[in-house]
Design a protein around this ligand. Structure first.
Ligand code: SF4
Length: 255
């Protein structure tokens, strides 16, 4: 609250109290208030400064000749590197085209994904499909969809730092293998984890960043998670602006 707002509120309370008690206003000294210290709401969420653990397997930035989507799925399925393995029903490695124009990265599986082993199903998944279709994309034709963590955090909580760090090598392998034209991060956790930033999604959306892997530099666009759009319709418009941006960037890369 600003000093001015506090002064107005205090005057109002003083006047109300005086009239109730004495039937008229008393002469009072001006209050001396200071502005509250403010924090940008977009910077409030925790940062996901992902550092891969030292004891993680070697997953270099370049594709290993023997690597494949099938190998990644097998490794994810066998993985017990973090606590989420104990509570998941099915791991959700990802799905889509082996030559995607766009790789969509979400936060982690929810209940529907956990029970099916597929990413972005349920209402949020249907909305994501519609968003992609609106700019001529299709999940299994020219997109690949994955998450930052491959196993469901219980109760749909945010994944924790150590869980993200343990799982990040799988995502890097996927990106190195798929080499999408553009990465679309859906939501804050995906954006912060991939870009290693503490900024909120409001500050990150609407412009391109870069993710380097090997010699490739892949443009990264961040937008709102479909679940957030379902909760708050006002996010539809900016999400649509992001999609238009993605479409035009894609068109220029494919020229
Ligand atoms: Fe392994 Fe990732 Fe699942 Fe954790 S979330 S158990 S690191 S696959």
């Amino acid at each position: 609250m600003t000093a001015e707002e506090k002064t107005i509120l205090a005057r109002f309370l003083d006047l109300t109290g005086d009239y109730l008690k004495y039937g008229h206003a008393l002469h009072r000294e001006e209050h001396a208030f200071k502005d509250d210290e403010t924090t940008e709401p977009s910077d409030l969420p925790l940062a996901y400064m992902v550092e891969e653990p030292e004891d993680s397997p070697e997953y270099p930035d370049t594709v290993q000749s023997e690597d494949s989507l099938e190998a990644i799925v097998a490794d994810v399925t066998a993985c017990g590197a973090c606590g989420l393995a104990a509570t998941r029903t099915l791991p959700v490695p990802g799905e889509g085209s082996i030559h995607p124009l766009v790789m969509v990265i979400g936060e982690g599986p929810g209940a529907d994904e956990d029970s099916t082993g597929r990413p972005f199903v349920g209402k949020a998944g249907q909305l994501l499909d519609k968003m992609l279709q609106s700019i001529g994309l299709e999940r299994n034709k020219n997109c690949y969809i994955a998450n930052i963590v491959k196993c469901r955090p219980p109760g749909n909580r945010d994944p924790e730092f150590d869980e993200i760090a343990s799982c990040f090598p799988f995502l890097k392998r996927q990106i190195a293998l798929l080499r999408p034209e553009i990465i679309l991060c859906a939501g804050r956790v995906a954006a912060q984890s991939l870009l290693k930033t503490g900024k909120g999604i409001n500050a990150l959306r609407g412009e391109f960043f870069e993710f380097s892997i090997g010699e490739a530099v892949i443009p990264v666009l961040c937008t709102y998670h479909p679940s957030a759009i379902l909760r708050d319709e006002s996010l539809k418009r900016p999400a649509w602006e992001d999609l238009k941006l993605l479409k035009s960037q894609l068109a220029s890369r494919l020229e």
